[in-house]
Design a binder for this molecule. Sequence first.
Ligand SMILES: Nc1ncnc2c1ncn2[C@@H]1O[C@H](COP(=O)(O)OP(=O)(O)OP(=O)(O)O)[C@@H](O)[C@H]1O
Ligand SMILES: [Mg+2]
Length: 1020
Amino acid sequence: MAEPSLTVRRKSRSGSVRKRSRAPVQPSAVCSPVARKRPSSGGEGLPAETPCSNDSEEDMFGDYDSFYGNDSLLAQVDDVEHKYLQDKNTDIKAAGEIILGNLQSGIHQKKQDYFSASENMVVLKADKEDAFQTNENDPVDSNQELTESILDDLPSSQLLYFEKMDKLSSDSRISPVSERRNKCVNSSSDKIRSLSPFCPDAEHGNRPTDFSSDSKCDLFKTESLKDHLKSAMTGNAKAQTLQVSKTKQLKEAVLSEEICVARKTIESSSVDIGPFYGLPSKVKDLFRQFRGIETLYEWQHDCLMLESLQQRKNLIYSLPTSGGKTLVAEIIILQELLCRQKDVLMILPYVAIVQEKVRGLSSFGIELGFLVEEYAGSKGRFPPIKRRIKKSLYIATIEKGHALVNSLIETERIDDLGLVVVDELHMLGEGSRGATLEITLAKILYTSKNTQIIGMSATLNNVGDLQKFLQAEYYTNNFRPVELKEYVKIRDTIYAVDDKTENGYTFSHLLNFKYSSNLEKADPDHIIALVTEVIPKYSCLIFCPTKKNCENVASMVCKYLKKEFRAHREKEKQDLIKNLKNIGNGSVCPVLKQTIPFGVAYHHSGLTNDERKSIEEAYSTGVLCLLACTATLAAGVNLPARRVILRAPYVANDVLKKNQYKQMIGRAGRAGIDSAGESILIVQEKDKHLVQDLVNSPLENCYSNLLLELTKGMQSLLLSLVGLKIAVTCEEVDNFMCNTLLGVQQQLLSKEKSLSEIIRDGLENLIEKGLLKGRISEKDQDSKCILTITLLGKATYKGSIDLAYCNLLYRELKKGLEGLILESNLHLLYLATPYDMTSNCSPDWMIYLRQNVDSAVVNRLYLSFVLYTLLKETNIWSVSEKFNMSRGYVQNLLNSAASFASCVLHFCEELEEFWVYKALLTELTKQLTYCVKTELIPLMEVAGVLEARAKQLYNAGYKTLAHLANANPETLVKMIEHLSRRQAKQIVSSAKMLLSEKAEALQEEVEELLKVPTNIPGTY
Ligand SMILES: Nc1ncnc2c1ncn2[C@@H]1O[C@H](COP(=O)(O)OP(=O)(O)OP(=O)(O)O)[C@@H](O)[C@H]1O
Ligand SMILES: [Mg+2]
C-alpha cells in the first residue's frame, strides 16, 4: 500500500461537497487533449495527477505566461521522445511484447509510436510597465560577486533563524531571553509552583520550566564542566570510535545516574521528582541546544502537569497552528523511553515529515541513548528487532505504523509499546488513510490496555466522538505565540476577518498601490501589490489552487518586479540555480531559472524530492522570499511566512474547507521566526458569500471512513482481526467494532444497516474471495463459530495489499512462475508496479487502446516501462522528458513502486509457492528505493540524504556510513557546497544513529546465537 510523499488527499464527503462553478478557461491557455481530462482521484494518498501533470491542471486564472509557451522546449521534448521510441527502446518493446503476451494471450499487438506532446500554448505578452522591469537575463551568466555581508542583508524575519544556528554551533552560550518570555511560564512562577509538585526547583523559587535558570539538581555539575563535557559528547557520542574519553565516561555516568533516579521515581510513586518533568536535566539542555527553546509556554507546562497524563490516561490536545504542540509530545515520548523504558511509536502523516523528524530526533537519541527507527516508504523491519537494552522510537507514516502494530500484535509484543503519539489526528477523517489510522488505533486500544495514546491537532471539531473512541481526556487552549491577523481582499479593499459580523468581515483599508491599465490586465488580483509590501525583507507564501497556477503566478510576479530584487542575496541565488542544475543533471526548470534570481519559486508535488528540499532550504534561510505553492505545503514541512496569501478560496475545483483554510493561514507568523503574521484571502465579488461560510462555520467534523473505503477500510480490518486472532468469531468481531470510531458514529453513518449486519456482509465477502474460512449466519450458535484465515488472506494482510487487488496479484505472480522473464528486470517491475497508479496513467499509445485490451494491464505495463528506464538511467529528468510526464509524477511513481514492491515481497513471504520471488523482490525493492548508482546506496540510507547530496559526499571522499558517522560537521560544511551547519550536524547524527542501530542489531543476533537453550535434552 503506497504512502504519500507529501501530498494532501482531501476527499469531500458526499453532501458536504461544494463545487465551484468553473471559471471560464482563457483562450490563451490551450491545453493538450490529455490536459483537458480532470485527473481522477489518485491511489492512496497519491497526488491526483495524470502523467502529464503540469498539463493536467488547467490554469483557472490562465492569464499568465507559462513555460509551455516555449516552443523550442516542446520541440526538444518531441525530438527526444521520437528518437527514444524509434531507436533506444527496442529492448523494452520486445520484453513488453513477451510480457503482455504472457498476460493477455490472444491479443494481437501492433505498435504505432505515437506521442502528441506538442501543445498550443499562447504566450501572453503583457506590456512592460514603467514602474517595473521585465527581466529576461539568465541569472547564471551574470557572475557578480556578493559584496556585502550575508547577514547584513538578511530579512529580519529570518535573522532569528541564523541566531539559532549560531547558538547551535557554539553549544555553550545561552541566548538572551526573548520578548515573548513574558507570555511564558516564568512570568507566573507562583502559579506554577503551586501547580507543580513535580519540580523540586519550584519549591526553591526557581522557575521549573526555565531552561536557563539554575536547578538544584544541576548542582553537582558546574557550568564549565558541563560545557566541556557537552562539546566532548557532541564530538564522540556513540560513534564507532575506539577511544573513549574520560569526559565522555563522566558525562554518561551523570546521565545514566539521572535516568536511573528518574526511572526509580516513576516506578516508586506517581510523583515525579526528576529535574525536568521527570527527565534528566540534560534533556532541557538539549532542547535549548538543538531547538533554541529556552522556556516552555505556560500551556505546555500546564498540559504536561495534567492529572490525566500523570495517570497515563489517553489524551487528545488541540491548539491553534504554531501553538507548540510538538514539544509537549516530545517530552512525553522521552519520559516513556527513558523513565518507563518502553518503546514508542510516533505516527506522522507524510514520508517527508517522517524523515524530517528522524533527522531532528536522532541527535536526541544519540545523546540520551535510545534508538530512532524510520518506518516510511520501503524502510522499516516487521516485526522490529527486539532490542536488549536500548528502547526504540519508531517514527512512521500511517501505513507503516499500521504494519508495525500488526507485527507487534502477531508476535505478542504489543505491550512493549508504551506510547503511541499521533500528530494531525484530524487525518482520521481523511479517506483511506483515515481508515488505516482508525484501524491501527482501534487495534492498539483492544489489544494493549497499557499502551497510552496521545493525539494532537489544530483543527478538531467533534472532539466528543474522538474522545469516546480513544477513551481519552481532552485539553485545549487558544494560545498562539505570534498573533495572526486575518484579512480578506475584495477588489481594492482589504477587510479584517471578523466572526462577529454577519458577512464575516469589516472594512480595514484600501489597497494603496497604483496600477497602470496594462498591469491591471496582467495582475487583476493585485498579487504584486500584496507581495511587494513584504518581500524581500520578509517572507511570503501564496497558496494557489493548482500546480500550473503556482508556476504562472511565480512567473508573472517576476516579470514585473523591479530589478533591485535581483541584487538581494544574488550570489546565493546563483548558487541555488547551480545546485538545481546539478540535481537535474544539467537541466533546470525554465520557470525556476527565470524566477529564482528574484527570490521567487514555486513549490508543488511536480518537483523532485531533491529540488523540493533545495527550495525549502533556500526559503527557510531567506535566500528565497516568495513561494507560490499548493495546499501540500500547508500540511508539509515547517515553512513559515510573515504574510500568507490565498490566491482563491479553492483547492483545485473544490471550495476551500475551513480545516484547509486554517492550516494554510497557520503558516503565517511562526514562533521563533516571525514576530507577526497575517493572512490575506483573495476573493472575487461573486464569491463573497464563501467568506461568510469560511469564517462563521465550525471546523469540519471527523468521520470514520471504514465504510466509505470498503476494501481498505472495513474488509481489510475484518481480515486482519481474524488473521491476527484479535477477534475470531462474529461475536468477538462485534465487540471489537463497537470500540472503533465507526462504532461511536454508527447511527450517523449507517442508517440502513446495523453494524452487526455490515460486519456479517463483510465477513461473507471475505469468505467468497477465499481469504477467510468459516460460517456466518444470523443464528446465535453461528456467532460463536470460529473463523480462520486462508494462506492468501494472511499474505494479503501481511503485505498490506488492498483487497481490491489481492486475487489479481496472486494470479499474476502465479502466471509469472510459468515463465518469468529474467533477461531484464522489466517483468519483475511490472509485478511491482502499483495497481492504484494505473487509473491516473494515460499512455499516449493509441494502438494499444484501439485493441480490445484491458487498459489497466496496458497502463501498468506502460508504467513499468517508465520504471525500467528509470532504473537504467537513474535520471528522473531524462525519463520524464522521454515519457512526457512531469518529473514530480515520475518521482512519485518511483516512491510508490518502492513501497509496493516491499508489500509484494511480504505477500510472497507468506506463500511458499512464491519462494523464488523473495530473493528477486528484495533486490528490486532496494533498487527502486534508491534508484541511484550502487555506490551511493549506503549514504542514502541516512535519513534526509538524497541523491544530489550523496553524490557530493561520495565525491568528497565520504563513501560509507562509517565515514559519515565519524565525520566532523565543521569539515563537512567546508567541503560540501550548499550545506549548512545544521544540516551537517543532522547528517552526522542520523548516520551515527543508523550505525549504532545496525551494530546493535548484529550484537543482538550474536547474543541470540550464543544463548544456551534451556531445554537441551538430557540437561533438565
Ligand atoms: N516553548 C517554546 N518556546 C519557543 N519556541 C517554541 C516553544 N515551543 C515550540 N516552539 C517553536 O514553535 C514552532 C511551532 O511549534 P510546533 O511545530 O510544535 O507547532 P504546532 O502546534 O505543532 O503547529 P501545527 O499545528 O502548525 O503543526 C516551532 O518552531 C517550535 O520550535
Ligand atoms: Mg504540529
